[in-house]
Design a protein around this ligand. Structure first.
Ligand code: ADP
Ligand code: MG
Length: 309
C-alpha cells in the first residue's frame, strides 16, 4: 500500500483505433501538495486524469488513490478523489444547489452533513444557487464543477485545465480557493499547459510530453534547470589551463583537449558574454555551438503553445 496521494506505476494507454496516449508512466504524487501535471496539448494529461476518474480504462499498469488500488478497491478509490474534468458536461436543467444535493445523495451523505450552500459560497456562486445551470457563464460552470467535485469531502482534488474559459479575475479567486483547500489539507493535482500557472501554484511539477513523463521535480529545482544553457566552444590549440569566470556555472574540457562546454545561467548572462570571457582569457575561438538541454526544448514547446483562454 502506497502512502502517496496518487501512485501510478507502469501506466499505458492505447485508445481503440491504435492511438498510444500513455507509455509507461510512473508518477508518485505526495500527500499534502499542490502538484502540477504540465504538458502541451495532446501530451496525455486528460487521459491520465480520466483513468483516475474511472472514465477511461487503462491498457495496463497500476494506479492507486490514497492507498486504494483502482481495480481492487474502486469504491474507496473513487471516494478519495474529486475530479473537475476538462470538458464541462452536466445537465443544464438542474439548479446548482439541487445538483450538489443530488451528488451528495449519490455518495450517501446524510442531509445534515451536506455542505451544498457552503460549497457554493466558497466558489462564489451563492447567488446562483437557484438559477438554472444553463444560464451560468463558462467560468461559473467550471466553479460549479469544482464544488461538485468536493461534495464528498475527498482528500484529493484534481483539476484538469481549470482555467480554460475562466477570466483573469475569477481565475485568481479560483487559485485562492485552491490554496485555501490545500492549507486545509487537501492534496491538489492540476493539469495545465501554461508554465506560469504551474509555477505560481505548484510545489512540484511533472512534465509530460508524448505520453511520457520527462521530468518530475520540486518547482524551484525545475525553474533553476530551465535557466541553464550550454555552449560548446572549440579553440585553435590544446587547452593547458581551464579558464575561470564568474559567469560560468560549470566548465568541462572535452577529450579532444580543444573543446570546452560551458554551462551558464541565461537569466544572468548571454552567450556573447561567455564568449567574451574566453577571449579575455587569451583563447582563440574557432567554432561555437549551443546546446539545448532536453528540458529546455520541452519548455520552449510549452511556452510556444498559443493561449486559448
Ligand atoms: P492532453 O490532455 O494532455 O491535451 P489527452 O490525454 O487529451 O492530452 O490526449 C492524448 C492523446 O490521446 C492525443 O493524441 C489525443 O488525440 C488522444 N486521444 C485522447 N482521447 C482519445 C480518444 N477518446 N480516442 C482516441 N484518441 C484519443
Ligand atoms: Mg487535456
Amino acid at each position: 500500500m502506497s502512502d502517496a496521494a496518487i501512485s501510478i506505476q507502469g501506466l499505458n494507454k492505447t485508445y481503440a483505433g491504435g492511438k498510444v496516449a500513455l507509455t509507461n508512466v510512473d508518477l508518485e504524487i505526495p500527500r499534502g501538495q499542490i502538484f502540477g501535471l504540465l504538458g502541451p496539448n495532446g501530451a496525455g494529461k486528460s487521459t491520465t486524469i480520466n483513468i483516475l476518474a474511472g472514465l477511461v480504462n487503462k491498457s495496463s499498469g497500476k494506479v492507486s488513490i490514497w492507498g486504494f488500488d483502482i481495480d481492487q478497491h474502486p469504491r474507496n478509490a473513487k471516494r478519495s478523489i474529486g475530479i473537475v474534468p476538462q470538458e464541462i458536461v452536466f445537465d443544464p436543467f438542474f439548479e446548482p444547489y439541487e445538483m450538489l444535493e443530488l451528488y451528495a445523495g449519490l455518495y450517501g451523505i446524510p442531509k445534515a452533513e451536506r455542505r451544498s450552500m457552503e460549497l457554493l459560497r466558497a466558489v462564489h456562486l451563492e447567488d446562483k444557487a437557484h438559477a438554472w445551470a444553463r444560464s451560468l457563464s463558462g467560468g461559473m460552470k467550471r466553479r460549479l464543477l469544482v464544488a461538485k467535485a468536493l461534495v464528498h469531502n475527498p482528500p484529493v482534488l484534481v483539476l484538469d485545465e481549470p482555467t480554460a474559459g475562466v477570466d483573469v479575475e475569477l481565475r485568481q479567486q479560483l487559485w485562492e480557493y485552491v490554496r485555501q483547500l490545500n492549507d486545509e489539507g487537501v492534496t491538489v493535482v492540476l493539469t495545465t499547459h501554461y508554465l506560469e500557472e504551474a509555477e505560481e501554484l505548484c510545489d512540484r511539477i511533472a512534465i509530460i510530453n508524448h505520453g511520457q513523463v520527462v521530468t518530475n521535480l520540486p518547482t524551484r529545482e525545475l525553474l533553476a534547470m530551465a535557466q541553464e544553457k550550454a555552449v560548446s566552444v572549440t579553440f585553435d590549440r590544446d587547452i593547458t589551463a581551464i579558464p575561470q569566470a564568474t559567469c560560468f556555472e560549470k566548465i568541462e574540457l572535452k577529450p579532444d583537449n580543444r573543446t570546452l562546454v560551458i554551462t551558464y545561467s541565461k537569466d544572468k548572462v548571454n552567450a556573447g558574454e561567455v564568449l567574451k570571457a574566453l577571449q579575455d582569457a587569451g583563447l582563440i575561438i574557432v567554432d561555437v555551438s549551443t546546446q539545448e538541454p532536453d528540458l529546455e526544448d520541452v519548455f520552449l514547446n510549452l511556452t510556444r503553445a498559443p493561449a486559448t483562454v
